[in-house]
Design a protein around this ligand. Structure first.
Ligand code: SF4
Length: 244
């Protein structure tokens, strides 16, 4: 569920002072819309026509496997000490194996926590080059966004992007720690008019295995079909080492 608290219409309310910027964004929006329509019919700018392109709703890539949080039953196993980051070169290689076959409607940059990656802004630029029509979504818990001062300007220049802030606890301590993140995002929305959505992850928490660390175990109820039907991960195909 999307708890957008700064929808696009609010971003673009800036009165006369913002007219020139708004006009620029409108031209960009028309361009991106045109690319979207043409891409649906298999036309790739700079790549000629292709009849074998398939549209898919969503594709994602994990930029960092570690996380600063340790949510119980993390489906990326970041709470189990999973580490490592993806290089830009590896990501480009993987993406280019697929960008002549698939057109994702939404391409998500996530992890682990993607803002741990020092090259996060460059990944946004790379994803845009590879998939010109996809909505680019940066999914983050937000705590390291302050390390990427170049990010908001990059997102501002590309209106088909959004930050998706996932909130992992509803307690007052968490809210207090999140306060500077919210302040930062409010300032980015105010100054760059980027799009930010809030996702209350704690409301949709699922247990995907039992236990933690060396006592972690899969469910053993012998109902793999039922598990598959309940698992939301089947809607989240990911690009990993060139495979999906
Ligand atoms: S914030 Fe996300 S990646 Fe990090 S531990 Fe929690 S669920 Fe896992």
């Amino acid at each position: 569920m999307d708890y957008g608290f700064y929808p696009l219409s609010l971003r673009e309310r800036g009165g006369v002072r913002a007219f020139k910027k708004t006009q620029f964004l409108t031209v960009r929006s028309i361009y991106v819309g045109l690319v979207n329509v043409l891409s649906r019919y298999g036309c790739r700018f700079g790549h000629g026509w292709s009849k074998s392109m398939n549209s898919i709703p969503h594709l994602e890539i994990h930029l960092a496997h570690a996380c600063n949080l340790a949510c119980e039953s993390c489906s990326h196993y970041s709470n189990q000490g999973h580490k490592g980051i993806l290089s830009l070169a590896e990501a480009e290689h993987s993406m280019k194996l697929w960008n002549r076959r698939l057109i994702p409607h939404t391409f998500s940059l996530l992890g682990g926590e993607p803002s741990i990656h020092p090259d996060l802004p460059e990944f946004v630029l790379l994803a845009r080059r590879v998939w010109p029509s996809a909505h680019l979504r940066l999914v983050t818990n937000g705590f390291f966004l302050h390390r990427h001062p170049a990010l908001p300007a990059i997102l501002q220049r590309d209106p088909n992007t959004s930050i998706y802030l996932s909130i992992h606890h509803d307690g007052p301590e968490y809210a207090e720690k999140l306060r500077p993140v919210m302040e930062l995002l409010k300032s980015w929305v105010r100054n760059y008019r980027i799009r930010v959505n809030i996702y209350l992850s704690f409301k949709h928490w699922t247990r995907v295995y039992r236990g933690s660390g060396n006592i972690m175990e899969p469910f053993k109820n012998g109902q793999p079909r039922q598990s598959w039907e309940h698992c939301p991960a089947k809607y989240c195909p990911q690009l990993f080492e060139g495979k999906i």
